[in-house]
Each structure stands twice: as C-alpha cells, then as structure tokens.
Design a protein around this ligand. Structure first.
Ligand code: HEM
Ligand SMILES: *[C@@H]1O[C@H](CO)[C@@H](O)[C@H](O)[C@H]1NC(C)=O
Ligand SMILES: *[C@@H]1O[C@H](CO)[C@@H](O)[C@H](O)[C@H]1NC(C)=O
Length: 345
C-alpha cells in the first residue's frame, strides 16, 4: 500500500524535476551574433576564463572598487561604437577624456591590460582586449555576489575611437523618458533598461553627477540620503564621491531597487524609474525578487556585450590595449611585395 502510493509520487516529482531542468535549458537566451560563439577559444586558449577569474579575485582582494569600475568600462565601451575596445585607446583627446566618461578608473584599465599580458603569454596574441573587457565585467558581477553567466566571445579590437559617439551615453540628469530613448536607439527595451540600471548596486559617483538634486534640494530625495550627499559635496566640482547603493555598496544584489523604493537613488535617472509608469512595476518586481533581477540583468548584459561587434578579420587583436598595432608604412608594403615578386623569379 505504502509502496504503491509512494511510487507514483516519486514518478511525478521526477517528471517535475526533469521538466524543470528542461525548461531552464530551453529558456530563450539572447541570440548569439554571427561570428561570436560561447566556445570561441575552447581549443586555442582553454584556460582563458579561469585565468581572468583568478587574476580578478586577487585584484579585488586589494581594491574592490575595481569591480564596479570594470562593469562601467564594459558598458561605456559597448555603448560607443560597439564592444571594440575603443574606450581603452589613448588619444588627445581620447574617447575616455569626454565628459560622459568622467570617473573611469585608470587602475581598472590597467587591470584589463595586465590580464591581456598574462593571456597573450599563455596563448599568444589571439584574444582581443574587447573580449577581455567583457569577461572582466562578467567576473566583476559574479565575484561580488551576482549571477554567473556565459558570454559569447570572438570580438576583435577596433582601429579607432569616437569622441562624438560618447553623446550616445545616457545622462544622470535625465528623466526616464530620455533614458529609455537613449537605450531604444540601440534596441534595448524597458525591461533591459531597468535591469541594466541595477548595475548601480555598487560603485561610486562624483559630486557633479548628482549635485543638480542638492541645490535646490530634490523633494523626491530621502532626507537622510540628502544629508549624506550634502555633507560629502560642498559643491559640484568637489572631487569627492559617494556610494551608489547606501545599503550594500560593494555587493552585487537587488538592494538598489529597495533604495529606489525608499527615494534613496543617487541620480535623477535612477530615482525617476520609480515615477515613470513604464518602469515602476519592474522596480517593484526586482526589489521583491532578486532571482528575477539577475535573470533580466544577464539577458540584457549578454545583449549589450554583442553591440556592433567586429568579428572575423575585421579590426585586429591589439598587442597592447591602449594603442592600435603599428601599421606597415606604404613603403614597407611595396618593398615587401617587390621582394616577393623577385623571389618568384
Ligand atoms: C541608465 C543610464 C545610466 C546612467 C545615466 C549612468 C550614469 C552613471 C554615472 C554618472 C556614474 C558615476 C561616475 C562617476 O562619477 O565616477 C555611473 C557609475 C556607474 N555606472 Fe552607470 N549609468 C547608467 C547605466 C549603467 C549601466 C547600463 C551600467 C552597466 C551595466 C552602469 C554601471 C555603472 C557602475 C558599475 C558605476 C560605478 C563605477 C565606479 O564605481 O567606478 N551604469 N553611472
Ligand atoms: C538630458 O540631460 C542633458 C545633460 O544635462 C541636458 O542637456 C538635456 O536637456 C536633457 N534632456 C532632456 C530632454 O531633459
Ligand atoms: C522570482 O523570479 C523567478 C525567476 O523568474 C521565478 O522563477 C520565481 O517564481 C519568482 N519568485 C517569486 C516568489 O515570485
């Protein structure tokens, strides 16, 4: 008797279990762009991902601010001219020097090139700085408490940067409608935008990026937060910084959304997500369900990581992340061709 009732129960629960696994496997993931793949370096540089993770674990132990720094670098690289390493390039002025890139941490840029040096020593010059930037951002999320996820690889490094392209980047002073438009221009929907904004669950902001809300004081800001921000920021040009998430400033979690629900978002662009009809429901949902936030963040991030990528024989694999490789001069190329011709005879 006991056996005959236990058996169907077991059967039912295992069917449920199997269908659960199946459902999570077939769940729609963002499509992979042509030329990229999840196994791009599996034969040519099998240790790539473990080397990146191991190095970052060490880096974050000394300086956990590099985790948010690397995630922001990834976003700002991808949003301007695609994920092509353009933000990493030196110039006078460089893409990096533009106001929208204020606060980019140079030590995190150095970390990307440090990883490149280790990888190129291990595998040769076959992994792009653009791919390393994407992997470093992924590990920044995971190593600070966020989800782990696979990213498509095979990006090539660009040969140029764009100073004017930085106008594509969203602004902290803008309200939700403007932010949604900036992202819609690159095919991101409302869910993507609210989920990606959750990246402000860690890291810092300089006074000038939110001073607009302090004078006059934004009535939509919690008084306790306002006091903290005012005491750190005597004026907009102060070089001081505050935490973006007052609850858990160094952890990748869903507390950012709880901040917003308590009017403790730092930027206008953050706090207004709770005011706009299109985004308010998602803020609530992510505040209540971290699993849901992580799921939507991963989908949007994989999408972001594939924006306007160079693949195949486009671009190059940089030998150093901050400079394009030396081009052969026209004279060198002509001489080489003549030598080849002569060799044929
Ligand atoms: C939605 C529109 C967004 C606006 C207006 C915005 C704006 C800003 C601004 C002004 C800062 C402060 C920089 C500083 O003063 O040092 C910042 C920091 C940051 N942003 Fe965003 N951002 C947006 C979306 C994103 C996205 C999509 C990501 C990544 C997926 C991201 C990741 C970060 C991180 C991690 C930091 C902290 C950086 C650090 O600590 O060095 N942001 N953002
Ligand atoms: C968005 O922010 C920028 C920079 O502060 C400002 O110049 C622009 O007018 C804002 N756009 C709107 C529609 O408010
Ligand atoms: C939270 O979101 C996950 C992922 O979408 C979902 O499976 C789960 O049922 C949600 N939990 C609750 C309590 O709603």
């Amino acid at each position: 008797m006991a056996r005959s009732s236990a058996y169907p129960l077991f059967l039912i629960s295992s069917i449920l279990f199997i269908s659960h696994i199946y459902a999570s496997q077939v769940e729609a993931k963002p499509p992979v762009v042509k030329g990229l793949s999840y196994s791009f370096y599996s034969k040519t540089c099998p240790k790539l991902e473990s080397i990146v993770r191991k190095h970052l674990k060490k880096v974050f132990k000394d300086d956990n601010g590099q985790a948010p720094a690397l995630l922001r670098i990834f976003f700002h690289d991808c949003f301007v001219q695609g994920c092509d390493g353009s933000l990493l390039l030196d110039g006078s002025p460089s893409e990096r020097d533009q106001p929208a890139n204020g606060g980019i941490r140079t030590e995190a840029l150095q970390t990307i090139d440090d990883i490149r040096a280790i990888i190129h020593k291990e595998c040769g010059r076959i992994v792009s700085c653009a791919d390393i930037t994407v992997l470093a951002a992924r590990d920044s999320v995971f190593l600070t408490g966020g989800p782990d996820y696979a990213v498509p690889l095979g990006r090539r490094d660009g040969l140029s940067f764009s100073t004017s392209g930085t106008s594509d980047l969203p602004k902290p002073f803008n309200t939700t409608g403007v932010t949604l438009d900036a992202f819609a221009a690159k095919n991101f929907d409302v869910t993507d935008v609210v989920a990606l904004s959750g990246a402000h669950t860690f890291g810092r902001a300089h006074c000038g990026t939110f001073f607009n809300r302090l004078s006059p004081l934004d009535p939509n800001m919690d008084k306790t937060l306002a006091k903290q921000l005012q005491s750190t920021c005597p004026d907009a040009n102060s070089g001081n910084t505050v935490n973006l998430d007052i609850r858990t400033p160094t952890v990748f979690d869903n507390k950012y959304y709880l901040d917003l629900m308590n009017r403790q978002g730092v930027f206008t662009s953050d706090q207004d997500l709770l005011n706009d009809k299109r985004t308010k429901g998602l803020v609530n949902a992510f505040a209540l369900n971290q699993t849901l936030f992580f799921e939507k963040f991963v989908d949007a991030t994989i999408k972001l990581s594939q924006l306007d990528v160079l693949t195949g024989n486009q671009g190059e694999i940089r030998g150093k992340c901050n400079v394009v490789n030396a081009r052969k001069s026209l004279l060198t190329s002509v001489v080489e061709e003549v030598v080849q011709l002569v060799d044929q005879f």
